[in-house]
Design a protein around this ligand. Structure first.
Ligand SMILES: Nc1ncnc2c1ncn2[C@@H]1O[C@H](COP(=O)(O)OP(=O)(O)OP(=O)(O)O)[C@@H](O)[C@H]1O
Length: 370
């Protein structure tokens, strides 16, 4: 039995189908991320788990209880919103105590809980202030404190960090991760930020247009994306997608990359059955920027690296490495190189590709050819 089970859940507003049959299941203590672009339905799904929104059809269970018909207060959940939703006239202490008062927790016990939560979140010195007198990060901490005080079975976070500046967002992100590691609570967390998804989640559901395109661990989603959408959404800079004609040679998938001066043959992994069906046809070659690098930085677990010549169009230093844009088959392709080996615009460079990491996609269905 999972900590949260979502079974064929659909949501429509009139004739508009917002969620088209979502199936997800997580175990106790897991950190589930719902990630996707604006409007994909992730907040709607979270609100349905919380009970703030009705389900059109399907079933949601928290632990062994189907909660479809339960009101939010009976679901044993706590939610942290992007807007913090703190009571402006109450002190931090009162804000944290509010839910405890409603549940008639005796005062001495309330004091203990507030002290514990304040210590966990390092907000002891803020307990007598009002939300107006707090920074964005401190307000977010108080909002989390209020959720923690309730000690629920399930925590729901709706884009909790989006109102913070970039630096604070990174700090709070690792604090949330630490909190999860220490408390072992089950969390469902909505974000549109793929880095937050990768760094926080044990399980990620990548959503688009009311559907889950892929559900898996961060590494599974990164290494073996189900389709072009997932492949392009997760990872920064994005995966390069290059149209190629697929051939087979000695049992290996082979493609050609034209750098504008010469056509270079690239021998990929042993060809699979699903790939063999596309021999002689156009497919999409997917290469992550870090899999295309300068020879000095390249390393492979398998030893069969491929060398490619290319002409530098743009270089973008990031500090530790430099993003080098070249062109293959008419498509701008980003490589991640050592700053020393990045070359300059117009210059010829040698790049190294790990062919075992390259992916192939069907351009029509957009599915990865496993
Ligand atoms: N009450 C409603 N009536 C009609 N359509 C709605 C209603 N609430 C949400 N929608 C639509 O449902 C879709 C999903 O909205 P939702 O807020 O879940 O997306 P989201 O992925 O959380 O996006 P964002 O990151 O922008 O919040 C959107 O197209 C939205 O316009």
């Amino acid at each position: 039995m999972g900590a949260l089970s979502i079974r064929n859940v659909k949501k429509s507003f009139g004739n508009t189908h917002i969620l088209k049959g979502i199936d997800l299941e997580i175990e106790k203590g897991q950190f589930l991320i719902l990630v996707g672009p604006s409007g994909c339905g992730k907040s709607t799904l979270l609100n349905m788990i919380a009970g703030l929104d009705d389900i059109t059809s399907g079933e949601i269970a928290i632990g062994d209880r189907v909660v479809n018909k339960l009101s939010p207060k009976d679901r044993d959940i706590a939610m942290v919103f992007q807007s913090y939703a703190l009571y402006p006239n109450m002190t931090v202490r009162k804000n944290i105590a509010f839910g405890l008062d409603i549940r008639k927790v005796p005062k001495p016990e309330q004091e203990e809980i507030i002290a514990r939560v304040a210590k966990t979140l390092q907000i002891e010195h803020l307990l007598d202030r009002k939300p107006m007198q707090l920074s964005g990060g401190q307000r977010q901490r108080v909002a989390m404190g209020r959720a923690l005080a309730r000690n629920p079975t399930l925590f729901l976070f709706d884009e909790p960090l989006s109102n913070l500046d970039a630096k604070l967002r990174v700090e709070m992100r690792s604090e949330i991760k630490l909190l999860h590691q220490r408390l072992g609570t089950t969390i469902v967390y909505v974000t549109h930020d793929q880095i937050e998804a990768m760094t926080l989640g044990d399980r990620i559901a990548v959503m688009k247009d009311g559907e889950v395109r892929q559900f898996g661990s961060p590494q599974q989603i990164y290494d073996a994306p189900a389709d072009l959408y997932v492949a392009g959404f997760i990872g920064s800079p994005s995966m390069n997608f290059i149209p190629v004609q697929l051939r087979e040679e000695d049992g290996h998938a082979v493609v050609e990359l034209d750098n504008g001066r010469a056509v270079q043959k690239v021998r990929l992994s042993p060809i699979s059955d699903s790939q063999r069906a596309f021999v002689g046809k156009q497919v999409v070659l997917g290469i992550r920027p870090e899999q295309l690098t300068d020879p000095e930085s390249a390393h492979s677990e398998h030893g069969n690296l491929q060398t490619l010549q290319a002409t530098v169009a743009i270089t973008e230093p990031t500090g530790p490495d430099t993003l080098v844009t070249v062109t293959f088959n008419g498509i701008k392709t980003v490589a991640r190189c050592h700053p020393r080996a990045a070359g300059a615009p117009g210059q010829q460079v040698e790049l190294t590709l790990d062919p075992t990491k390259a992916l192939l996609f069907d351009p029509t269905s957009e599915k990865r050819l496993a």
